[in-house]
Design a protein around this ligand. Structure first.
Ligand code: KIV
Length: 261
């Protein structure tokens, strides 16, 4: 259980204190409340919402209204953990739009926002931070680019990518981001980035040696059994167990063998 309200400064200081930063995605009230009770310091209403909750094929279909709806639900849990939220696809095309949409997520209850990209969106990042909204960067494989790139591909294998990732991470840290998600980056480059900036990196599919780790919760607990990323072994079989529980209960109802507690 978190004993104090977690702030961006506390997340940042975890790197200095050499404490790993665990972070999980949340999409609703019970999940947020449970993970807050578990002491998870950074909770993200990710736009992975699109796939694991809303049934879209990728994150590019998620709207601002959908993000606001789920941020409001998560915020009702009043977590001590810091509640962050993703700016969805095409919600930060220029500075004015980025700030307006970051403010909408703030009003819905998010205490920080995240968007995908480095130097390509640095003006938007600076504008969000100048508006007083704490910011988390996201580099590497950028899910909102999947339609353009055609598939989810590991980044950092070639020198050009490695150099670009290091420059992007520096730009985000210099702009005032308080953490950066590193998604599907080769572990060696993820370590290099982590050592080169003063703010925590949160790895996902980028090896064990980032400053912290972030996961899509459904992958951790097996709640979306139709797809599991290769880099994670679910620790529960929530989906399979839920399906089996429903099957058993339905059978008992059909056969009139149901016992009341
Ligand atoms: O949308 C999301 O869940 C994310 C995590 C994968 C970091 O951005």
């Amino acid at each position: 259980m978190n004993s104090v309200k977690i702030t961006p400064d506390i997340i940042r200081s975890m790197k200095t204190d050499r404490r790993g930063v665990p972070s999980l995605t949340v999409y609703d009230y019970p999940m947020t409340r449970l993970f807050d009770e578990a002491g998870i310091p950074l909770l993200l209403v990710g736009d992975s919402l699109g796939m694991v909750v809303l049934g879209y094929p990728d994150t590019t279909h998620v709207t601002m209204e959908e993000m606001e709806h789920h941020v409001r639900a998560a915020a009702r849990a009043k977590p001590l953990g810091l509640l962050a939220a993703d700016l969805p696809y095409r919600a930060y095309e220029d500075e004015a739009q980025a700030v307006a949409n970051a403010k909408r997520l703030r009003i819905a209850g998010a205490e920080a926002v995240k968007a995908e990209g480095g130097r390509a969106i640095i003006n938007q990042v600076r504008a969000i931070i100048a508006a007083g909204i704490p910011y988390i960067g996201h580099l590497g494989m950028l899910p909102q680019n999947v339609v353009v790139e055609g598939k989810y591909r590991i980044k950092g294998k070639i020198e050009e990518e490695r150099a670009a990732l290091l420059a992007d991470a520096k730009a985000l840290a210099d702009a005032g981001a308080f953490a950066i998600v590193l998604e599907l980056i080769t572990p060696a480059v993820a370590v290099e980035i982590s050592r080169s900036i003063p703010i925590p990196t949160l790895g996902i599919g980028s090896g064990p040696d980032c400053d912290g780790q972030i996961l899509v919760t459904h992958d951790l607990v097996g709640a979306f059994p139709w797809f599991t990323p290769r880099f994670i072994k679910p620790r529960l079989a929530t989906g399979a167990q839920t399906r089996e529980t429903a099957r058993q209960w339905a059978l008992e109802v059909e056969q009139h063998t149901l016992k009341m507690p």
